[in-house]
Design a protein around this ligand. Structure first.
Ligand SMILES: NC(=O)c1ccc[n+]([C@@H]2O[C@H](COP(=O)([O-])OP(=O)(O)OC[C@H]3O[C@@H](n4cnc5c(N)ncnc54)[C@H](OP(=O)(O)O)[C@@H]3O)[C@@H](O)[C@H]2O)c1
Length: 331
């Protein structure tokens, strides 16, 4: 089979596309013949050695994808060969024609969902649903501020929060990105490159602040988001796409009675397999019912994974970027 491989920490375009050993399914695993993979910001980190997981070289990046089960390991009863599935390898492996993966992070795809849609579904929607429902316990009528709102996870937070009955303020860096957020249901928008985030939140909320902040951006933007919380509000720590951890003063957490809630989808899935499966099934039901509509703004062939990662890492992406694997030349 062929795979996009990282032989040493490198820039996206230094990844190589070459032959790799065929895979076998270990106990509790399936081998998936991959049809498509989703590109995530974290792919740009893992190939530079800046992610929390550091797989041994050579490794194939890729945190999510979709395909058809071609082999079952021992003690796998919930799937059969030929099943259409989406997968979330914890660290890497999806940018390849084959992936061996634990069944804990493998979920069935509804017949209505195409592979390229499924490929970018579980990390984005899975993260936002877990964050909003399980961590923040967002309720109908509450106000949510989403930072990086047109990005992969951000746009799903906008969409799911609307489906949960919240009022959504979407914050992003360009008018085009904000227009996309409005299309996905945002009630209000803030361009944080041209407007003062805190002042605009005050204006929109009549000086109250928001109930919940969803922050995949971090750094100064994340801090401004935290300062926009109402007393007793909840701050969801999703990620640090801007490259820095927001320096939230602990005394402010005390004074504002805030809750700072860490969100780590992969770790939570491993510790809560049944609850994670329930969440993924519910998200698939929302998809089938037409209540969520994954936005894929660019598709690249597997061979051009480096360009696709660069597209995401350089702040150009709206929604998801997906790699087509089915069309890649076979080994
Ligand atoms: N905790 C978890 O379980 C979990 C799960 C998935 C992802 N994440 C994390 O969430 C973050 C976003 O992931 P993603 O895949 O959704 O990424 P993405 O699609 O690239 O979205 C990130 C957004 O951050 C904003 N941003 C601000 N400064 C940026 C910069 N210097 N470089 C790049 N983007 C910048 C961009 O929006 P504007 O241009 O509008 O500012 C961009 O749309 C990452 O840190 C990722 O590791 C965490």
């Amino acid at each position: 089979m062929k795979a996009v491989l990282c032989h040493e920490y490198c820039a996206p375009r230094e990844l190589v596309y070459e032959g790799a050993p065929r895979l076998t399914a270990q106990r509790g695993q399936v081998v998936v013949s991959m049809k498509a993979a989703g590109v995530n910001f974290a792919d740009s980190l893992i190939i530079q050695g800046k992610y929390q997981f550091k797989p041994p070289f050579p490794f194939s990046p890729g945190l999510e994808g979709a395909g058809i089960i071609q082999a079952l390991g021992s003690q796998v009863s919930q799937f059969k060969e030929g099943d259409r599935v989406m997968v979330h390898p914890m660290a890497a492996g999806a940018f390849a024609q084959e992936l061996a993966i634990d069944t804990a992070t493998t979920w069935a795809i509804p017949p209505q969902m195409e592979f390229h849609t499924a490929a970018g579904f579980c990390v984005t929607y899975g993260t936002s649903y877990h964050a909003l429902k399980d961590r923040a316990q967002l309720t109908s009528g509450e106000t949510l501020l989403v930072l990086g709102a047109a990005g992969g996870v951000g746009l799903t937070a906008v969409e799911l929060a609307k489906a949960m009955g919240a009022k959504v303020i979407a914050a992003a860096s360009t008018p085009e990105k904000l227009a996309l957020c409005t299309k996905y249901g945002a009630d209000e928008t803030i361009n944080y490159t041209t407007e003062d985030l805190r002042e605009r939140v005050k204006e929109i909320t009549g000086g109250q602040g928001v109930d919940v902040v969803y922050d995949p951006v971090g750094a100064e933007t994340g801090l401004a988001g935290f300062r926009s919380l109402r007393p007793g509000g909840r701050f969801l720590v999703i990620g640090f796409a801007a490259g820095g951890v927001p320096a939230i003063p602990v005394n402010l957490i005390l004074i504002k009675r805030s809750s700072v809630l860490g969100v780590f989808l992969g770790d939570w899935i491993i510790a809560n397999e049944d609850a994670a499966r329930d969440n993924m099934e519910e998200l698939c039901r929302l998809y089938v019912a037409g209540r969520i509509d994954p936005h894929i703004s660019a598709r690249y062939p597997l061979q051009r994974a480096g360009e696709a990662i660069e597209h995401v890492a350089t702040r150009k992406v709206e929604g998801k970027v997906v790699l087509d694997i089915e069309s890649a030349e076979s080994a």
